[in-house]
Design a protein around this ligand. Structure first.
Ligand SMILES: Cc1cc2nc3c(=O)[nH]c(=O)nc-3n(C[C@H](O)[C@H](O)[C@H](O)COP(=O)(O)OP(=O)(O)OC[C@H]3O[C@@H](n4cnc5c(N)ncnc54)[C@H](O)[C@@H]3O)c2cc1C
Length: 817
């Protein structure tokens, strides 16, 4: 029988989905003061993935803000029962993680350092100490363990009901048994949701549809890249010795996790060969349902589990759960406004940690909805991190399954994934492959990471020490510093911004002055209302009403969506994404002028072609845009050209450059070169949480010009008081130390921040790290210089040297030579 629950004609905010995420968004929207919030659930609250979750609540993530977000979940789960009167089953019994190999132990120590950086307690334990916390387990194979005292567990359905109750108490309407069947869009914005009981006009839609979020997205032509995967665990009958205060346990080398459950044990795991579900769509009646038990598949965990907890073998099984859950191609969930459609937000794809995330994710998404911009840097979970490749369902499925299978494998530094490759390639792909390129992939693009010469296999061999590519990258680095190198950077995102208002719009959106004469090239940041750096890119002024913007490969969707969102209604300006249309070859190094001059129809001397300018010239008979800029700190030009011109120009460059020792160079060398020069990387050193003043980029902001631009007010306000954090550099001479980023920074023995980037500088012969030094009382040069600094690397304190200037060519003589 079809129920007909009446629906209102209008609601300001409509949340689709009454799982833990939808209820948390509803709760937080109401708490933030939103008045007219409606939640629609096709079945009953929790009937999707939420009701069958195991309920482990771990907090450690590899980004500071997602860790902060998970910490918020814990704070909320501690208190929501007293606020609403609804029990939640929350227990802060701590979380234990085991290490059975030397490499896992290093990983655990590095994770502990990351936790310390982000203010999360995580202690290292000996196997004996670990056993005291978990007496039923064997420890003979353990190298060590770590304990997070504030982790815990909860009852997923009860927490969801508590959030729903808290939302209702603040006026949210929740209507069950009401599936959303369509979405009406008007003028590029959401206008209404359609249900079988009628249409509801609305201003904002928030898609919290769990594994259904993909099909809900499709109703509005929004891509939500996720894949349902079967996930299984079992619960035993009560076992003697299993106490309610038993910590949750993760045993990644045996691919399993454990928790106490009504006196018994709950054990689940992540198979290396996961089983996708609902390839032809989710059945209509799938509410409060589980999938058939797949013992054959689960069996792989039984022996390793019994080795860890011998008594488990004798325990009776009370319950076996096979539930589907949505997973994503990079293992992180999705938050934010859809780049395709204004006022359509998504909070979905929780990769089996939705219970742990819901409190913080719901809060952040609610704040994002209300403010129209993320409340903090949420790049790792931002929906705009995806691109065209994620519209391909088969690609998404394969990559998602690969990542699921790697859930508990070691996450190696510089690790690349194998599925769905190659996807997008430059016209030089085969040529570079034949030259020994070892490729990495970024947003579907194949990019040369490094070149294996003289019979070396072009393959990464991962470790926590120096990896096999280290000497080869050193050779490439030196080619650029001493001679000439060519880098295929065709995957860079490329936009044309055109229209009679292009100049005025970009002047308003960019913090630097981009309204310079034709032929200028400007490095600029784009700021949010807090003065935080939303984008970091290059703007070339090609023609009267035409600008050419170049940004990092991974930021294509994010940056184009940000820029479009800043255009005003009716403004005569348009952004065109032309990423796939062109190729880019960077020709860098002291010999670049001499080599390019042999092929160019134009003089390339300083007077004719100064730094920071661009010209349309002919190279080897092909018309190219040459931009004189650099991200590696040497004399050089970026050549922007039609795809078909890439191979003939590449060949001509290598012919002309042979006498100068011209070399192929990859992305790992770029990283080392830019670290020496102190160039910032967006998403790491600069983010929406840092302003140009804090990042040492004040020189690239037109504050003195009096021209209005986004973020200006915030910077002017910030100038009135001492900065409370500043990005600085550190070096560590010991080559045995490996810096990767997230290492903690100590000043005079006190934690003051963490590294945002780390790597090796081959010219300076040292480890280089960048990070913000924080002090609520102010961070001036005197404060910085008067400190003694150490870095915590894998729980060891290492002395380091502070640097306030670039380590290489601080006077920019080489770039301007
Ligand atoms: C076996 C298993 C164990 C797990 N263990 C843990 C754990 O220990 N810790 C942890 O943190 N996480 C765990 N998870 C993950 C957790 O269950 C999920 O991440 C979380 O429940 C996701 O919540 P959600 O609100 O996004 O999705 P859901 O709970 O699926 O909610 C989505 C809701 O949207 C509704 N909906 C769909 N389409 C429509 C429509 N058209 N109109 C209206 N409503 C619609 C659905 O009915 C559903 O109720 C586990 C998952 C599984 C499968």
């Amino acid at each position: 029988m079809i129920m007909t629950t009446p629906v209102p004609e209008h609601a300001q905010h409509v949340i689709i989905g009454g799982g833990i995420i939808g209820c948390s968004v509803a709760y937080h929207l109401a708490k933030e003061g939103a008045k007219d919030v409606l939640l629609l659930e096709r079945g009953q609250l929790t009937c999707g993935s939420t009701f069958h979750a195991a309920g482990l609540v771990g907090q450690l993530r590899s980004s500071a803000n997602t860790t902060r977000l998970l910490k918020h979940s814990v704070d909320l789960y501690r208190t929501i029962e007293s606020e609403t009167g609804q029990a939640t089953g929350w227990k802060m019994n701590g979380g234990l993680r085991l290490a059975c190999t030397k490499e896992r132990w290093i990983e655990l120590k590095r994770q502990a350092t990351t936790a310390h950086s982000f203010g999360l307690e995580m202690e290292l334990l000996t196997p004996d100490d670990a056993q005291k916390l978990w007496p039923l387990m064997t420890t003979d194979d353990l190298v060590g363990a770590a304990f997070l005292p504030t982790d815990g567990q909860a009852n997923p359905s009860d927490i969801t009901q508590a959030l729903a109750k808290g939302a209702r108490m603040r006026g949210v309407r929740i209507i069950e048994e009401t599936p959303v069947t369509g979405i009406r869009v008007e003028n590029g914005r959401v206008a209404a949701v359609q249900t079988r009981n009628g249409e509801i006009r609305c201003e904002v839609i928030i898609n919290c549809g769990g594994q259904w979020a993909k099909q809900i997205g499709r109703m509005a032509d929004v891509t939500v890249p996720l894949q349902s995967v079967q996930h299984q665990y079992l619960i035993t009958e009560p076992i003697e010795g299993v106490t309610p205060d038993l910590p949750t346990l993760r045993d990644p080398d045996r691919l399993t996790y454990w928790k106490e459950d009504v006196g018994g044990l709950c054990m689940g795991g992540y198979e290396p060969n996961p089983v996708p579900w609902a390839l032809d769509g989710i059945p209509e009646d799938f509410t409060f349902q589980l999938l058939p038990e797949n013992w054959e598949h689960f069996e792989q965990f039984m022996q390793p589990a019994a080795q860890r907890v011998p008594i488990f073998e004798q325990a009776g099984i009370r319950k076996f759960i096979n539930g589907p859950e949505s997973f994503t191609p990079d293992g992180n969930f999705m938050l934010g406004e859809a780049p395709e459609l204004q006022n359509f937000f998504v909070g979905a794809g929780f990769n089996a940690f939705g219970i742990a995330s819901a409190g913080g994710a719901g809060k952040s998404l609610a704040e994002w909805v209300l403010a129209g911009e993320p409340p903090m840097d949420l790049w790792v979970v931002d929906l705009r991190r995806f691109s065209t490749v994620h519209q391909d369902e088969a690609w998404v499925r394969n990559r998602t399954l690969e990542l699921y299978g790697k859930h508990y494998t070691l996450s190696w530094p510089h690790e690349e994934h194998a599925s769905g490759r190659p996807n997008l390639t430059s016209t030089l792909y085969e040529t570079l492959k034949s030259q020994g390129a070892c490729f990495g992939s970024k947003l579907g693009w194949e990019r040369p990471n490094w070149f294996a010469l003289s019979g070396v296999p072009p393959q990464d061999v991962y470790s926590y020490g120096r990896q096999n590519w280290f000497p080869h990258v050193g050779e490439e680095h030196r080619a650029i510093r001493e001679r000439i190198g060519v880098i295929d950077q065709s995957s860079f995102a490329k936009f044309r911004v055109v229209g009679t208002a292009a100049k005025s719009a970009l002047s308003r959106i960019c913090a630097n002055n981009v309204a310079k004469p034709l032929g200028s090239v400007t490095y600029t940041q784009l700021l949010n209302s807090r003065g935080g750096i939303e984008c970091d890119l290059t703007v070339a002024h090609f023609a009267e009403n035409e600008f050419y913007l170049v940004t990092g490969t991974g930021f294509r969707t994010h940056d184009s969506a940000w820029i479009r969102s800043q255009f005003r209604p009716g403004e005569q300006v348009e952004l065109q994404d032309i990423t796939e249309a062109g190729a880019i070859m960077s020709v860098m190094g002291p010999a670049s002028r001499e080599v390019l001059s042999q092929l160019a129809d134009t003089p390339l001397d300083n007077a004719s072609f100064p730094f920071g300018t661009c010209q349309q010239i002919s190279i080897a008979g092909h018309s190219v845009w040459a931009l004189r800029i650099t991200y590696v700190g040497e004399l050089g030009w970026e050549l922007h050209l039609p795809r078909e011109a890439a191979k003939p120009i590449y060949d001509a460059l290598f012919d002309a450059g042979a006498a100068h020792g011209i070399a192929n160079v990859g992305y790992r060398a770029i990283e080392s070169l830019r670290l020496e020069k102190g160039y910032r990387a967006w998403g790491a050193d600069i983010t929406p949480d840092s302003t140009p003043l804090e990042a040492g980029l004040g020189w690239a902001v037109k504050l003195k010009s009096g021209v209005e631009f986004s973020g200006r007010e915030a910077l002017l306000t910030q100038q009135q008081a001492p900065l409370t954090k500043r990005l600085v550099g550190f070096t560590v001479a010991d080559p045995e130390v490996v810096l990767l980023g997230r290492e903690s920074i100590f000043r005079n023995g006190e934690l003051v921040g963490w590294l945002t980037s780390g790597g090796w500088g081959y010219t300076v012969g040292q480890n280089i790290g960048y990070g913000y030094v924080r002090n609520p009382m102010g961070v001036d040069t005197e404060f910085l210089k008067s400190g003694n600094y150490e870095l915590e690397v894998a729980c060891d304190r290492i002395p380091c040297t502070l640097h306030l200037k670039p380590l290489y060519d601080p006077g920019m003589q080489r770039i301007r030579s």
